[in-house]
Design a protein around this ligand. Structure first.
Ligand code: WTA
Length: 647
């Protein structure tokens, strides 16, 4: 965030009180904060009643070996049973779980009873493929009902899933399959994006050339183009899953049994496998969706417009909503296909009452103009949420007015892949909203802003965002790397979880999250590591050295800007080389990691100890209009860097 943006933020004085009618019937009122404060374990034990336990727990939290937490010790449960079976048993089988909308306009309505049949069939299919409790299964699918079904089938068997975002490349998929040693991959022929087919199966074929341990690939048929087929390994979902029995008895697993691994970018090259376990995660997702969105499962139509390949999709399209028996909308495609009002059309069509999306989408809609959402009736909406990056006050106010009709509270929710659940957010019926502030930690959650020494800063000051007490949906470790878990999150300040974000407390003590303080970028709400992209660039034969920075961008929040030194042999390549390098990053990581611009430079600014001074490069990237396509760096650019270095 630039200094200018920061000082604008600090002068933001607009306030929005909870609407009276919402406050009158709110799920959570202000006294929840004190109750949780007075008895944290009691508070979470109470929330755990949202879940059906096959065997009750005898201790809420075992924190005797920090930072390794055990929640709901001794309890046993099945996550899929909680998400599906129990709603059917309770007579809600006919309730819609998902109104699914395909990008081309095809639709599917999946009730809880349908979901139960499909999940049982998929679980039986996985059993036939030899999947056992504890085995990992990789899922590389677009936004289809089968994505949820596959996840729940894994959960039902106690086989942790790792969902890899469909926009990631074959190399990214390969690395994740290898890291978590998955032996089964579930994918599709392709998915629809921006009106065309985004193929997935070819990327799986490519990845599996280096994953000899993968036995089977289960392929959902979605786009119907020809795909290569490996007999004996590849199986069509519609043949292999559909023939299975709809009967499957779920087994109860320990509350701490692994539920899933989700990879996210860290500050070093290799993505971290964030491990979430069953009981605490489910309780955390169920409570927070209910509290933050004031969820009324009997009447709300809830829409998290995110991809299931990210944690937002895991917690608030799948586990939280299903555990609460919610009716959700699930949309396969992009917001602007086939026309820029697609989301608003969907909201009107299904009478959505809650919308949860990312600031980058809001800023894009803002640019397109309010005449587009004005074409649809959005009066069904009652609460609108934001997640993934700081929402600038102008976007917040536009969102509230234009989409929320000036009546819907905006919930700006701060959390991370690691936290599993929303941690800091207003409560729509109980707290004020301030444009740009995520406000206060939820009841039962501890968050603070501290200085370098770990001391809480006074109101009106900034520092590092930390979490001060364990919470049920917290990550349990980094898959296969306990030491990295300790080093990354628990070593900076004694006893505090280091989130990697900078934040400020205003005069009221409310929290304003300002963005990452480490080498992690946030592009359209997607976390990308500078070092990961640098490694991808350096892996190209023409590149000698590379430095990557996140430069602020009016739409995507941050954009990837790379500075590269070419090898002698590659000189004179011009724009051609730059294009080649951009594509190379897309193949190595995924199109989202493609640098907006690449500057070819003769030298990179470094400290005496050889550390690249990214701060200077960021200045260059932000203060000069480097344009969409890249220019060769002139002496001026390096001049700027040199002048910066000498002062
Ligand atoms: C950023 C997404 C400001 C933050 C759920 C965090 C936010 C990272 C907000 C996690 C918010 C998320 N305000 N910043 N409301 N929400 N962030 O793991 O930098 O993809 O550390 O989880 O996104 O991104 P992740």
């Amino acid at each position: 965030m630039t200094q200018e943006a920061l000082s604008n933020l600090l002068h933001e004085t607009r306030r929005f009180d909870p609407p009276e009618d919402l406050a009158a019937s709110a799920n959570v009122t202000a006294d929840a904060y004190e109750q949780a404060e007075a008895d944290n374990a009691g508070f979470w034990a109470e929330q755990a009643k949202r879940i059906s336990w096959a065997e009750p727990f005898d201790e809420v939290l075992d924190w005797s070996r920090p930072p390794f937490a055990k929640w709901f010790v001794g309890g046993r449960l099945n996550a899929a049973y909680n998400c599906v079976d129990r709603h059917v048993e309770a007579g809600s089988g006919a309730r819609v779980a998902y109104h699914w909308e395909g990008e081309p306009g095809d639709t599917r309505t999946i009730t809880y009873a349908d979901l139960l049949d499909e999940v049982c069939k998929a679980a039986n299919a996985l059993i036939e493929l030899g999947v056992k409790t504890g085995d990992r299964v990789a899922i590389y699918l677009p936004m289809l009902p089968e994505t949820v079904i596959a996840m729940l089938a894994c959960a039902r068997l106690g086989a942790p899933h790792t969902v890899v975002f469909g926009g990631f490349s074959s190399s990214a998929l390969r690395d994740r399959i290898i890291d978590c040693e998955a032996h089964i991959v579930i994918t599709a022929d392709g998915g629809y994006r921006k009106g065309s087919i985004g193929p997935l199966k070819p990327a799986v074929d490519e990845a599996l050339k280096e994953c000899p341990d993968v036995r089977n690939v289960l392929v959902v048929r979605r786009t119907k183009q020809d795909v290569d087929w490996t007999d004996g390994r590849d199986l069509w979902w519609h043949e292999f899953v559909d023939k299975q029995s709809t009967e499957h008895t779920p087994e109860a697993f320990d509350a701490e049994h692994p539920l899933y691994v989700m990879y996210t970018s860290g500050t070093t090259g290799t993505p971290k496998g964030i491990l979430h376990t069953t009981g605490g995660y489910l309780v955390g997702c169920a409570y927070t969706q209910w509290a933050v969105f004031d969820l009324k499962p009997d009447t709300d139509v809830y829409w998290t417009a995110a991809d299931i390949g990210w944690v937002t999709g895991h917690s608030y399209i799948v586990y939280g909503p299903l555990a609460n028996g919610t009716t959700s909308i699930m949309y396969e495609g992009t917001p602007d296909t086939p026309h820029p009002g697609r989301w608003w059309e969907i909201i009107e069509k299904y009478q959505a009452t809650i919308l949860y999306c990312a600031p980058t989408a809001i800023r894009t809609f803002m640019k397109l103009g309010e005449q587009i959402p004005a074409k649809n009736d959005l009066s069904s909406l009652r609460i609108i949420g934001s997640v993934g990056e700081p929402i600038n006050p102008e976007a917040y106010v536009w969102y509230r007015k234009t989409i929320g009709g000036d009546r819907c509270p905006v919930v700006d929710t701060w959390w991370q892949t690691e936290t599993g659940m929303i941690m800091i957010s207003p409560l729509p019926g109980a707290t004020q909203g301030k444009p740009g502030s995520a406000m206060t930690p939820l009841p039962g959650v501890g968050a603070d802003v501290v200085d370098e020494s770990g001391t809480s800063v006074p109101n009106g000051s900034g520092g590092y965002l930390v979490l001060t007490k364990p919470w049920p949906a917290m990550l349990r470790t980094i898959w296969g790397d306990d030491q990295r878990f300790i080093d990354t999150y628990w070593s900076r300040h004694e006893g505090l979880y280091f989130a990697g974000d900078g934040a400020k407390k205003d005069e009221d003590g409310d929290i304003w999250v300002l963005g990452r303080v480490d080498d992690v970028m946030n592009v359209s709400g997607h976390r990308l590591s500078t070092t990961e992209i640098e490694s991808a660039l350096v892996s190209h034969p023409k590149v000698a050295e590379a430095a990557v920075v996140g430069s602020s961008d009016p739409t995507t929040g941050q954009a990837v800007v790379a500075f590269v030194i070419l090898r002698e042999s590659a000189h004179g390549g011009g724009d051609h080389v730059v294009q080649e390098l951009r594509n190379h990053v897309a193949t190595q990581i995924g199109p989202i990691a493609k640098p907006r611009s690449i500057l070819v430079v003769a030298e990179l600014p470094k400290t005496r100890s050889g550390k690249i001074m990214r701060r200077l490069l960021r200045d260059v990237a932000e203060h000069r209009d480097v344009g969409d396509v890249t220019t060769l760096a002139d002496s001026d650019v390096m001049g700027t860097i040199e002048r910066g270095m000498s002062d």
